[in-house]
Design a protein around this ligand. Structure first.
Ligand SMILES: [Zn+2]
Length: 326
């Protein structure tokens, strides 16, 4: 190779390397810039991050309060989250228990933050399984147990449940029809905050609603064969709206964060045996200990399903498959 050609090759190589380098630098500065332009927002739980991202896509960045494995019933924000929060322009609330105490604190830390209640327009129900279980017990005991004991028991039961009446079920993200309402609230909030991109958000919203419809249809198909077995037993009562939507009945071991009393556990075991229930559903955020004990007593098993999973669509379809195969 002649000397001049060698030089040329070397020069070309150098230019190429600089080019690649410049490209990388350029790229990273672009992604930084687009990140800076993103609307910084917060949500309470992971499924909400999924909803907000479906509609806002790359124009928003959704931070999450309740991280995987934590419980929105008793959550306390971490100091670094409070710092993040001070840089956010909006907070998508959903009405989970920890918000009752913390939302006003968030507003104090960041007076400019706009709090959007994505649960607006949703009628919440009381924890229905208690009524169902009460009715079951009443009918069952009237048939089987002598009257004296029965009266005693029912009195106690009534008293026991009375303190929980009026608790509204917060788990509204687990029913597709209610997710549509939340999505509309998210869309409206994003458009209000960033009206220039209304068409973009509206198109994403429409696509997501179509996806929700597909999820709903798939769930119905998966549950078609389970018509005989409509009752399922869960540790934490997270699946009330899901059950309501698909004609199932949830019975829970735990009653709104409170450990069940031994008498109630006995009744649950009795209930499971009579109804031939062999599966107890638990979720990663709670201890499995008691569920495992009860599973032993009914000669059944414990199965984990997660009401707080990020990939909302796949997760609900998966849950419906499990319930459909009970
Ligand atoms: Zn819960």
């Amino acid at each position: 190779m002649p000397y001049s050609k060698k030089i040329l090759l070397l020069l070309t190589l150098i230019v190429c390397l600089i080019g690649i380098n410049a490209c990388t630098v350029f790229k990273s500065s672009v992604s930084n810039e687009s990140q800076n332009k993103q609307i910084q927002t917060f949500v309470s739980i992971l499924p909400q991050k999924f909803f907000v991202e479906q509609i806002g896509k790359d124009k928003i960045n959704a931070n999450v309060m309740v991280m995987p494995g934590e419980s929105p019933e008793i959550y306390e924000p971490k100091p670094h989250q409070m710092r993040q929060l001070s840089k956010c322009s909006s907070y998508f609330a959903i009405g989970v228990p920890f918000e009752a105490f913390w939302l006003s604190k968030f507003e104090k830390i960041n007076p400019d933050i706009k709090i959007i209640k994505t649960q607006a327009g949703i009628k919440k129900f009381e924890m229905e399984n208690l009524k169902y279980f009460n009715t079951y017990l009443k009918n069952h005991k009237e048939m089987n147990v002598n009257n004296h004991e029965h009266e005693d028991h029912n009195d106690h039961r009534h008293h026991n449940f009375h303190s929980h009446e009026g608790i509204k079920d917060p788990h509204i993200w687990l029913a597709p029809s209610l997710v549509k309402v939340q999505s509309k609230n998210i869309l409206n909030a994003l458009v209000a905050q960033d009206p220039q991109n209304e068409d973009y958000y509206t198109k994403n919203y429409q696509e997501f609603i179509d996806r929700v419809d597909v999820v709903d249809k798939t769930i119905r198909q998966n549950l078609e064969d389970s018509k005989e077995k409509r009752v399922f037993l869960t540790f934490h009562p997270a699946w009330g709206y899901f059950a309501r939507e698909y004609g199932l009945q949830q019975v829970s071991i735990e009653i709104e964060g409170k450990a069940p009393k031994p008498e109630y556990i006995k009744e649950i075991i009795d209930f499971a045996k009579v109804n031939n229930i062999k599966t107890i559903f638990v979720q990663p955020q709670f201890s499995k200990k008691l569920a495992q004990q009860i599973a032993k007593d009914i000669d059944g098993k414990v199965v984990t399903i997660d009401p707080l999973a990020y990939n909302w669509d796949e997760n609900l379809i998966n849950v419906s498959k499990i319930l459909g195969n009970l």
